[in-house]
Design a protein around this ligand. Structure first.
Ligand SMILES: NC(=O)c1ccc[n+]([C@@H]2O[C@H](COP(=O)([O-])OP(=O)(O)OC[C@H]3O[C@@H](n4cnc5c(N)ncnc54)[C@H](OP(=O)(O)O)[C@@H]3O)[C@@H](O)[C@H]2O)c1
Length: 326
């Protein structure tokens, strides 16, 4: 319960764009960078001289945001580019990664921010997965897998721990979802749970599991940090599907989206985050979760480590689902 309150009442942000040195020469991808928290993050990174890819499914929205950001006066502008990827359609992902790799020879931080929340029960991704699971986990799994070689290559010559993968999770993991965080048997076509909060929560536990498994399987050895981040409760269109009464009751605890970008900045760029922190859960506005769900921690541990091994099973499941699109 302490963790829930820590996320609802996060205090003051201690790491913001004012604490960032120049990011010129670095290359970043922010999925969902055309809206909400991702958009605020993109503006901060661009203003520090970085090359930033705003990756998303809506080319016209991306173009409009790029035009708007680059039209503003900026003392140290970076380079801002769009990248088309629909994470709910696995057929678009390898093309997006190839397009990126044709233009860049490094990737310093990948923020897997894009996501959908509280969409109606019965919604699916293009390949038929429960919509939250397909868009928030299966697509980002493949996108990250295909970008892992360039992350590893970048980490070879970058300063230790500076290459990172940040996965958007949520405080809903502490409040909803099945025991263990997610239930693999609910992911089969036609077996989806009938509660949208449950489905959203399961996908956000999935993001935490992917952060942890990437850490164990590749990132730790490659010197890459892979963490899960609850950016905070933030005023974005992600709340459109939450019942009106709930939104009204929680309104005092909902903040401007730039605050969420501070949480992402901390996870992606603060020197406080180390490679060995991989798999941990970050809470607003940039600190470690004091009291993560014990059943989820058990999922993160392998059977050899005394856990259930669910996170590893989930990674393998994502891998099987995406093999033919890799
Ligand atoms: N806001 C909160 O309180 C809160 C709390 C905890 C976690 N989060 C997480 O924060 C992340 C960002 O959400 P937000 O609140 O900033 O909401 P948002 O304003 O709706 O932004 C979501 C972004 O994801 C993109 N997106 C959605 N489906 C996609 C797909 N199939 N392929 C590619 N991009 C897609 C959206 O693109 P379009 O603009 O084209 O739709 C948009 O750019 C999400 O992962 C969410 O789970 C948010």
């Amino acid at each position: 319960m302490g963790g829930t309150w820590a996320q609802m009442l996060p205090g003051t942000a201690e790491f913001t764009d004012n604490d960032l040195t120049s990011q010129a020469g670095k290359v970043f991808i922010v999925t969902g960078g055309n809206s909400g928290i991702g958009l605020e993050l993109v503006k901060m990174l661009y203003g520090k001289g970085a090359t930033v890819y705003m990756a998303g499914r809506s080319p016209s929205k991306i173009a409009a945001e790029i035009e708007s950001i680059t039209a503003q006066p900026n003392k140290t502008p970076g380079v801002l580019k769009g990248l088309h990827v629909d994470l709910g359609d696995l057929t678009t992902i390898s093309t997006a990664v190839s397009t990126f790799l044709q233009q860049e020879s490094r990737l310093d931080v990948l923020w897997n921010n894009a996501g959908i929340a509280h969409v109606p029960v019965g919604s699916t991704s293009v390949q038929g997965y429960e919509a939250h699971m397909g868009t928030n986990c299966v697509g980002p799994y493949l996108f990250t897998k295909l970008l892992t070689p360039i992350l590893v290559k970048t980490a070879d010559s970058a300063s230790p721990g500076s290459v990172r993968v940040v996965w958007a999770t949520s405080s809903i993991v502490d409040m909803a979802g099945p025991p263990g965080g997610l239930d693999l048997s609910e992911q089969a076509p036609g077996k989806h749970n009938q509660d949208k909060a449950h489905n959203y929560s399961a996908s956000k536990a999935g993001n935490w599991f992917l952060a942890s498994e990437l850490h164990k399987r590749t990132a730790r050895e490659a010197g890459i940090s892979s963490v899960a981040v609850n950016p905070g409760n933030l005023r974005t269109k992600g709340w459109d599907g939450v019942p009106f009464l709930m939104r009204t009751l929680l309104s005092a605890f909902i903040h401007g989206p730039e605050k969420g970008a501070y949480t992402y900045l901390w996870a992606g760029l603060s020197p406080d985050v180390k490679v060995e922190d991989g798999g941990k859960f970050v809470i607003p506005w940039g600190r470690w979760h004091p009291d993560p769900r014990t059943d989820c921690l058990e999922s993160l541990r392998s059977k050899d480590e005394g856990g259930s091994g669910l996170a590893a099973d989930f990674w393998e499941w994502c891998d099987e689902q995406t093999q033919q699109y890799a």
